[in-house]
Design a protein around this ligand. Structure first.
Ligand SMILES: *Cc1c(COP(=O)(O)O)cnc(C)c1O
Length: 427
């Protein structure tokens, strides 16, 4: 570990939560350099929906490299890009009756968000953007400006202007429809909120703590966008690629966003980000928004392999995602019922589940204890108070159950430690 402390910036994060040196990985298992085995319930925050080194993806990549086919081409046309675009059209967009054009941005999610915000402002000739409480959209300046989480926001970063925050679904409790606030602020031209070019929203806030917007609420946001001539951006970077069941997370609500940001698992584990846009919005001049690593050909190859394999028959894949999600929900609920003293409450959909504990430190303690017990699981939410279950969509049932059992053991040992400490204090 010494080289990391010596050389790598203090900004390093996950290495502190999971302090081993990882080496080999396959599917939902990874191993440190000493061969210790870990079950992955984190999946690179949604980048590894198809698992580590998925053989379908690896074989396509190895074959591509061995034939010395082109890896870097800026945004020139390549066979790999053609195959990816065809797959995207035929396997993903056409069957869903979506007619988006696609823009390749720089390779990370925040690049897609920056592009969406810039395009929306350019098309609408308005500078304001509305975002929601606890949203997460990335950490470059534009994306950071629409990210709520106080951990990442600092007054001195400066570029937070031209954005306003509105309460997300459920922010004021279950009985208050937060959209009545939003609509009123827009109706009243003296509310202090400028008419925005766009509203950016996650259908499920992953980083924000597994907060689910209802279908009705999402349709309400769409209705407001239509009524006030505002563009709707769905940030599907984390919840897309089947995480909630269907390929796009907004499919369940039936809304049609004007723009969709997409990244994380689309490159099958390799960096790739894109922006889907309604074709009328594609008002760029050639080369007006560029970047050196737009569309990495290895990621195109990986993406096409994954889309063809898993999404040819979306009904089947979605059913397996929901089936595994049910296993998580059933098992976690059973654990929470067996140990009511931890007071955890479960929420989620598809293969994204979160447990919020009244003791805000407990989720981090479970994550820490689970790691000692061979499971990598992260927390979410502004206070890291939600334990986030995020296994690969392709995890096999046996491993899924083993991971859940190991997390249960972690909870049991934390609770018994606590009891011992209490007993000690009483004596
Ligand atoms: C991860 C994430 C981003 C940022 O993506 P990066 O690749 O980390 O820049 C943006 N939005 C959402 C919803 C995300 O989960």
């Amino acid at each position: 570990m010494r080289i990391f402390e010596e050389m790598e910036s203090e900004v390093r994060g996950y290495v502190r939560s999971f302090p081993v040196i990882f080496d080999v990985a396959q599917g939902s298992l990874f191993y440190d350099e000493h061969g210790n085995r870990f079950i992955d319930f984190f999946s690179g925050a949604g980048t590894l929906n198809y698992g580590h080194n998925n053989p379908i993806i690896s074989e396509a990549l190895i074959d591509y490299l061995q034939k010395e086919r082109i890896v870097h081409a800026l945004d020139k046309a390549t066979v790999a890009k053609r195959e990816f675009l065809r797959t995207l059209r035929d396997v993903i967009l056409a069957p869903r009756n979506l007619k988006y054009k696609v823009q390749f941005t720089g390779p990370t999610g925040t690049n897609a968000v920056e592009t969406a915000l810039k395009l929306a402002r350019m098309v609408k000739r308005r500078s304001n953007i509305l975002a929601f409480t606890n949203g997460y959209h990335g950490l470059t300046m534009g994306s950071l400006a629409v990210t709520g989480n106080s951990f990442y926001r600092d007054e001195s970063y400066g570029v937070r202007h031209n954005t306003d925050f509105m309460p997300y679904d459920g922010y004021h409790g279950p009985d208050i429809d937060t959209l009545t606030y939003l609509r009123r602020y827009l109706e009243d031209q003296s509310s202090g909120i400028d008419l925005p070019a766009a509203i950016i929203v996650e259908t499920v806030q992953g980083e924000g703590g597994v907060n689910l917007a209802s279908d009705e609420w999402l349709r309400g946001v769409e209705r407001i966008c239509l009524d006030f001539d505002i563009l709707l951006i769905v940030d599907d970077i984390q919840m897309g690629n089947g995480r909630t069941g269907p390929f796009f997370s907004f499919e369940r609500s039936g809304i049609s966003p004007d723009l969709v940001t997409f990244s994380k698992s689309i490159g099958g584990g390799l960096p790739l980000a894109l922006l889907f846009m309604r074709s009328e919005l594609d008002q760029w001049h050639p080369g007006e928004h560029t970047g050196t690593f737009r569309g990495n050909n290895l990621a195109f190859v990986a993406a096409a392999a994954a889309l063809n394999h898993y999404w040819e028959n979306p009904g089947e894949f979605t059913a397996t995602i929901n089936h595994k999600g049910n296993i998580v929900a059933t098992e976690v609920n059973r654990i929470l019922e067996s140990y009511p003293e931890c007071g955890g409450k479960l929420r989620g959909v598809g293969m994204v589940w979160g447990v919020e504990f009244p003791n805000t430190d407990f989720a981090s303690q479970v994550s820490h204890e689970a790691f000692k017990n061979g499971v990598v699981i992260e927390t979410a939410g502004a206070q890291s108070h939600v334990l986030k279950f995020f296994p690969a969509l392709t995890i096999d049932e046996e491993l899924l159950r083993e991971g859940l059992a190991r997390i249960e053991q972690a909870i049991v040992s934390l609770l018994s430690e606590k009891k011992d400490r209490l007993a000690g204090a009483i004596e």
